[in-house]
Design a protein around this ligand. Structure first.
Ligand code: PMP
Ligand code: GLN
Length: 380
């Protein structure tokens, strides 16, 4: 059979690869981004109740109406309130799907889509599978954007730009000023922005999350994408929501209805009810303590860490004083097989797999797991 792949992504994502390697070598897995601790038992109960209460058939295409209502209220109650109309929300089977489908909604063959390099690994394959051409703008070593290079990357063929804050892998977040500056660059174009905001609730040190949808003008031209997987520590549920103007939402649903039509009904009902009792303060405290614990513990290792993550559950660290001659992939494999700690090489987030000298750690893990990982990494 001659099946030609339509994207340039690797055959097995780095997250699966490193998790498999961790399992094979019985290494502590702080590579793939998923929590290893108990979720809120109330959420488990709501899911089983939802099936008991017969939420077992197709949900409406846009999503469970109670979930949509409660998302409107939830967004209004953010530290920085976000006003969203019901018509601007669509429930989706995860953020990865939402990014793909937003691209499928807007792209014509040959359209260019700007991505900031490094970026999450699904963006480029999703662009390519939808006939688009990724245009890369390199961030510097501190993961900062050179605004002139960004401006120069925009062409008459630029259809969209994908942004991601809080960011995976860098842990950085966009300030209100950066979003304003970003808007200034694109305001005289028709470019649509796909804003991956899945780590919206995971921000630290009292930082405030700014959505692209907070911006009074940008909101007319963006898709903001959220994931309950990250919000409520349930990555396996694969469910989220996408926010866009009514016009863009209608266009999105015209594609969505043929890709999946609707999303897991009991999960939607459980999430709708959970939003009414969810304690965001407790959630923030939990993640802040994990970020702090990880940061403090890592000081006992020879890794160089630039600064504590501002958001997400990732921290990058430099290993050049430990194994200066290894590539980051070689180092990540060595650390897994020899020291029994699995991490992600940051090169995996670059389109050319450029060697970075950095690996990414996930700190959404139990304290004893972090403690053991650090123990193994102390004397490298
Ligand atoms: N975007 C980013 C930046 C992520 O880290 C992830 C994590 N998996 C996703 C999207 C995908 O989210 P989901 O599991 O909801 O598809
Ligand atoms: N988003 C997760 C991470 O960055 C991985 C998800 C996946 O396995 N594709 O670790």
């Amino acid at each position: 059979m001659n099946i030609q792949r339509k994207h340039s992504g690797s055959d097995l994502t780095i997250f699966s690869e490193m998790s498999q390697l961790a399992q094979q070598h019985q290494a502590i897995n702080i590579s793939q981004g998923f929590p290893d601790y108990e979720i809120d038992p109330k959420l488990k109960k709501l899911l089983s109740q939802a099936t008991e209460n017969n939420f077992n058939q197709y949900a409406p295409l846009q999503g469970n109406p109670l979930l949509i209502d409660n998302l409107v209220a939830f967004n209004k109650n953010r530290v920085l309130p976000l006003t969203i109309e019901k018509e601007e929300i669509t429930i989706v089977p995860g953020a990865t799907y939402a990014i793909y489908t937003a691209l499928a909604t807007i792209l014509q063959p040959g359209d260019e889509v700007i991505v900031f390099d490094p970026c999450y690994d699904s963006y480029v394959p999703a662009i390519e599978m939808n006939g688009g051409k990724p245009i890369f703008v390199q961030l510097n070593e501190k993961f900062e954007l050179n605004w002139d290079e960004f401006k120069n990357a925009i062409s008459p063929k630029t259809k969209a730009i994908i942004i991601n804050s809080p960011n995976n892998p860098s842990g950085k977040i966009w300030s209100k000023e950066s979003i304003n500056q970003f808007w200034e660059v694109i305001k005289n174009t028709d470019i649509i922005v796909i804003s991956d905001e899945v780590y919206d609730l995971l921000v630290y040190d009292k930082a405030i999350f700014h959505s692209a949808f907070h911006h009074p003008e940008l909101k007319k031209r963006c898709f903001s994408i959220f994931s309950f997987g990250k919000m409520f520590h349930i990555t396996g549920w694969k469910i989220g929501y996408i926010v866009a103007s009514e016009e863009l939402s209608i266009a999105f649903r015209k594609v969505h209805q043929y890709l999946t039509f609707c999303v897991n009904a009991p999960a939607q009902q459980a999430l709708a009810q959970y939003l009414e009792i969810f304690d965001q303060k407790k959630n923030t405290e939990l993640m802040q303590s994990k970020r702090d614990y990880f940061w403090d513990m890592m000081q006992e290792t020879p890794f160089e860490l630039q600064r504590p993550a501002q958001g997400s559950y990732f921290q990058t660290g430099n290993f050049k004083t430990i194994k200066p001659n290894m590539s980051d992939k070689e180092f990540a494999i060595w650390l897994t097989t020899e020291k029994k700690v699995a991490t992600i090489p940051v090169s995996a987030f670059y389109h050319d797999q450029k060697n970075t000298g950095n690996i990414r750690f996930c700190f959404a893990k139990r304290e004893e797991v972090i403690e053991q990982a650090v123990k193994n990494m102390k004397n490298l």
